[in-house]
Ligand binder design. Structure first.
Ligand SMILES: NC(=O)c1ccc[n+]([C@@H]2O[C@H](COP(=O)([O-])OP(=O)(O)OC[C@H]3O[C@@H](n4cnc5c(N)ncnc54)[C@H](O)[C@@H]3O)[C@@H](O)[C@H]2O)c1
Ligand SMILES: O=P(O)(O)OC[C@H](O)CO
Length: 331
């Protein structure tokens, strides 16, 4: 409420982005929905709600959208599509706990497959446009420049070449679960080297889950994968890391969530992720919450395994050097 009021009155955020003035064209909404007809005037709608609330939010917003409720004059002027779709932006990262649905599925269930499929298609085209010049991190300035040409749906969870939105979604959702694990390790008193080991294992695990789900393995090595994983697992200001840290220090989950002030997505996502992992029948002990001692025992009792389940073929030059050094690459 305070955020909405501040953005709409002084065009500033009360706690974040100190000194930044948002353009006065930006209108914040919540918790009440806008009046019918208001959304017709909007070029862009950004949905910044936790994944657990996305389905109900979209169900409530749906009748207000021009696509689903054309204005009387627009409907009268043509019997065919006479609405103008806004550009939809979904920033949430998570898996719905009860249905195990990813965001694209929630969009398809509520707003229809057409909107969801445009989303995934346009991600690809927009990203090529935006990132073709390698300035990947400057998303929004580029996005704004291209926005007039590409008035379509768009995911902000970017980082790959855009051809694998499912992998990008899984990576963004799962890294929050691993950030809780990293926080627990810190809270228990483990130090940076333990966290490095945990992040490495988490990357391996997230790639295994993703590829079993049908995503492309390399997606997990992009900014949407390892980049975001590393960031959230090593950020003291992360809500997910904080939840883990306080758990590691002996706090009770409900007390921590009640005092956090906003949502830590990884908590609900862990439930959806667990169901997905069970269904895929793969080994993912960190996301499944297997206690650290048990994981350590497993590692000690089993023969060493590859750090990551990807092909590790070496190239000709490296093979020739190994030969010259007399090193058997099959060792
Ligand atoms: N793409 C990115 O770069 C990025 C960055 C930060 C956060 N996120 C993701 O965006 C989403 C929102 O994050 P946030 O930090 O804005 O969260 P937040 O906890 O600050 O909540 C945002 C808004 O959603 C409302 N809300 C909370 N629960 C709701 C529910 N069940 N139904 C409807 N509304 C609800 C809150 O009142 C608040 O106004 C999360 O999925 C988060 O993981 C993405
Ligand atoms: O744990 P936070 O607060 O960094 O939030 C994680 C969100 O999914 C943003 O990536």
């Amino acid at each position: 409420m305070a955020v909405v009021k501040s953005l709409n009155s002084t065009h500033t955020h009360p706690t974040c982005h100190k000194g930044h003035i948002f353009p006065d064209l930006v209108r914040a909404v919540g918790p009440d929905l806008p009046l019918k007809g208001t959304l017709d005037e909007m070029d862009v709608l950004v949905f910044a709600v936790p994944t657990e609330g996305l389905r109900s939010t979209l169900e409530q917003v749906k009748p207000l959208l021009p696509r689903f409720a054309p204005t009387d004059s627009a409907a009268a002027s043509s019997s065919t599509a006479s609405y103008r779709d806004p550009l939809f932006i979904f920033v949430n990262k998570g898996i719905e706990s009860v249905t195990n649905a990813l965001t694209l599925e929630i969009i398809a269930d509520t707003l229809g497959k057409e909107i969801a499929s445009i989303s995934s298609f346009i991600v690809h085209r927009l990203q090529q446009k935006l990132f073709g010049d390698n300035r990947r991190l400057f998303l929004f300035p580029h996005y704004q420049r291209n926005m007039q040409k590409e008035r379509r749906n768009f995911f902000t969870n970017l980082g790959s070449d855009g051809s694998d939105p499912i992998g990008v979604e899984l990576a963004g959702a799962l890294k929050n679960v691993y950030a809780i694990a990293a926080g627990i390790a810190d809270g228990l008193g483990y130090e940076n080297n333990a966290r490095a080991g945990l992040i490495t294992r988490a990357l391996s695990e997230m790639t295994r889950i993703g590829t079993a789900y049908g995503a492309a393995p390399l997606t997990f090595l992009t900014l949407a994968g390892v980049g975001d994983l590393f960031l959230t697992c090593s950020s003291k200001t992360s809500r997910n890391f904080t939840v883990g840290y306080r758990l590691g220090q002996g706090g009770k989950l409900q007390d921590i969530l009640d005092s956090l002030g906003s949502v830590a997505e990884g908590v609900a996502t862990a439930k959806g992720a667990k169901a997905i992992i069970d269904k895929l029948g793969i080994r993912a002990p960190i996301a499944m919450g297997v206690p650290a001692e048990e994981q350590a025992r497993w590692l000690l009792e089993h023969p060493p395994v590859a750090e990551i389940d990807l092909p590790c073929d070496i190239g000709t030059a490296a093979r020739q050097l190994l030969l010259k050094l007399g090193i058997d690459q099959n060792i």
